[in-house]
Design a protein around this ligand. Structure first.
Ligand SMILES: NC(=O)c1ccc[n+]([C@@H]2O[C@H](COP(=O)([O-])OP(=O)(O)OC[C@H]3O[C@@H](n4cnc5c(N)ncnc54)[C@H](O)[C@@H]3O)[C@@H](O)[C@H]2O)c1
Length: 481
């Protein structure tokens, strides 16, 4: 089994710091035109982290009782309400909590009075070291992050550093924390990374599929009532020439009708690992009666949430390179440094998108309104749809408003065999749960101004030029057998 090398065994709590960012507010109801926008400007400062003198050390699996303020949101009709019947504070284990979506989610849930534990083997940071990549925004170590959170809010986030593919480690963490919900972000999540070479294809598949199986077995063996919230991706569906439904489709064939899992057409070993995951989860729910939600996310953009804004050490990562970055992040960084936006081919590839602040809301909604025992729900999680060409236009417009002259050039499409447009994506479940969504263009204007431009001098130009393909990177993954 492919596994990673690690692991620190202690965490340090550093001295109390003061919040330095103000919150930003821009939101609307999904499928509605209401817009509540505040446009005050408060740029991120560029910072160099200096480790403060630790006050004390404790073991990674330490527990405390955080002091909460906000009650979890009210239940919605049609979902299992037994989860909320108990007055006990709910315990959420966030696997992959040091990563982009996981870190923002862990802080948001902690703020909302959930008891939170992060499980992570820090392999994402190792990928950066191996490939010579870096987040545009400086990120503190996970130990400093949780210490800072504790010093600012009084809330504890438990930390379990280890690999979920190691069942001994994971079952010990699961039994120690006793989660009511496991949110599983802990996967290798880059399609280009999975397509680089054989070792990385094998690593992606084994890491993702075995990790998910271990989570399922831990739930079955130690707490069958635990709700699993698993992150999938809209990319699993491929680009069929019919509307994409939420997980299932009703088909009439030779006079008989059935509702079946929606067909998946993965186009990378990464996306294939997600297909295996969904099949394994579907099977486990039906066979063992456990409950699960698959959140098929669109492309997530943005870097700031109310919680990460509280201090530089809580800052989230921003990837803009050709392996882990999205086209959108790359456009943003290209605009900020005066590089033309590089649109592949005709730029017709249409995807669903959502703001990182909506990702954390979606998590909260899915957790607070869990699936029923034996149910495997699928939510498509995005708030708007754009083609790559649309994005380039929107980024150019945002640039104009900021006085930046943004040019766009076309470069050959490396995946030209894919059909480029999706007729319609469906995301009904989240609107039923009353997601308050952020609007792309306003978020993006802010993002370009306050993140990309602020950190423009950190940009590595090699990473934003399409001709320098990281597929040619000679670094080999360091995998233990
Ligand atoms: N970021 C997006 O735009 C996006 C879009 C759609 C779906 N998703 C899904 O959301 C999830 C999280 O994505 P992300 O962007 O936060 O990724 P990320 O790489 O930033 O974070 C993943 C985290 O999981 C950890 N991890 C990986 N394998 C692990 C293992 N075996 N044991 C313990 N920890 C492990 C990594 O160290 C990392 O901190 C992924 O499943 C991804 O497929 C993300």
């Amino acid at each position: 089994m492919a596994q990673l090398v690690l692991v620190p065994s202690t965490l340090e709590l550093s001295a109390i710091g003061k919040p330095c960012f103000k919150p930003q507010t821009q939101c609307c109801m999904v499928n509605s035109t209401t817009l509540n926008l505040r446009t005050s400007k408060f740029p991120l400062k560029k910072v160099t982290f200096q480790r403060q003198k630790p006050l004390r050390s404790l073991t990674v699996c330490a527990t405390t009782l955080p002091i909460g303020q906000d009650a979890p949101p009210q239940p919605t009709n049609g979902f299992d309400q037994s989860y909320r019947d108990s007055s006990k504070r709910k315990r959420v284990m966030v696997i992959g909590g040091d990563g982009y979506c996981g870190w923002a989610t862990a802080l948001h849930l902690s703020k909302k009075n959930y008891e939170v534990a992060i499980v992570d083997n820090l392999i994402r940071r190792t990928f950066d070291l191996q490939l010579g990549l870096d987040s545009l925004t400086p990120i503190a170590s996970i130990h400093d992050r949780v210490s800072r959170w504790k010093s600012l809010t009084g809330k504890n986030i438990e930390l379990y550093i280890g690999d979920i593919c190691d069942f001994e480690f994971f079952s010990a963490a699961f039994k120690s924390f006793e989660p009511d919900t496991v949110v599983h972000f802990g996967e290798q999540r880059s399609a280009p990374y999975s397509m680089m070479d054989r070792p990385r294809a094998l690593f992606t598949q084994s890491n993702n599929v075995i990790g998910t199986l271990n989570v399922l077995f831990a739930i079955k063996e130690f707490n069958e009532d635990c709700h699993m919230v698993k992150l999938g991706t809209m990319g699993e569906y491929g680009t069929p020439n019919i509307d994409i439904e939420e997980g299932y489709i009703t088909i009439t064939h030779n006079g008989r009708t059935d509702t079946l899992p929606y067909p998946k057409q993965a186009n990378s070993f990464y996306h294939l690992s997600k297909v295996h995951d969904s099949n394994n989860i579907h099977f486990s729910c039906k066979t063992w009666g456990i409950r699960a939600t698959d959140l098929n996310q669109g492309v997530v953009y943005g870097v700031r949430t109310d919680e990460t804004d509280m201090h530089e050490e809580l800052c989230n990562r921003l990837d803009y390179d050709g392996v882990f970055g999205t086209a959108l992040n790359r456009f943003c960084v290209q605009a900020a440094v005066g590089h033309p936006l590089t649109v592949y081919g005709k730029g017709g590839q249409t995807r669903g998108y959502l703001d990182i602040r909506d990702t954390v809301q979606c998590m909260e909604l899915a957790i607070a309104n869990p699936a029923k025992p034996g149910e495997f729900r699928v939510f498509n999680q995005f708030t708007e749809q754009f083609s790559v060409r649309d994005l380039a236009t929107l980024v150019s417009k945002a640039g104009e408003k900021l006085g930046i002259d943004v040019k766009t050039i076309t470069v050959p499409n490396p995946v030209s065999k894919m059909r480029s447009t999706i007729t319609m994506l469906s995301a009904l479940s989240l609107s039923r749960l009353h997601l308050m969504a952020h609007i792309f263009i306003t978020s993006y204007l802010y993002f370009l101004d306050n993140v990309a431009c602020c950190f423009a001098e950190n940009v590595d130009w090699v990473r934003i030029c399409p001709s320098k393909s990281l597929k040619k990177c000679k670094a080999r993954p360091k995998l233990a057998q």
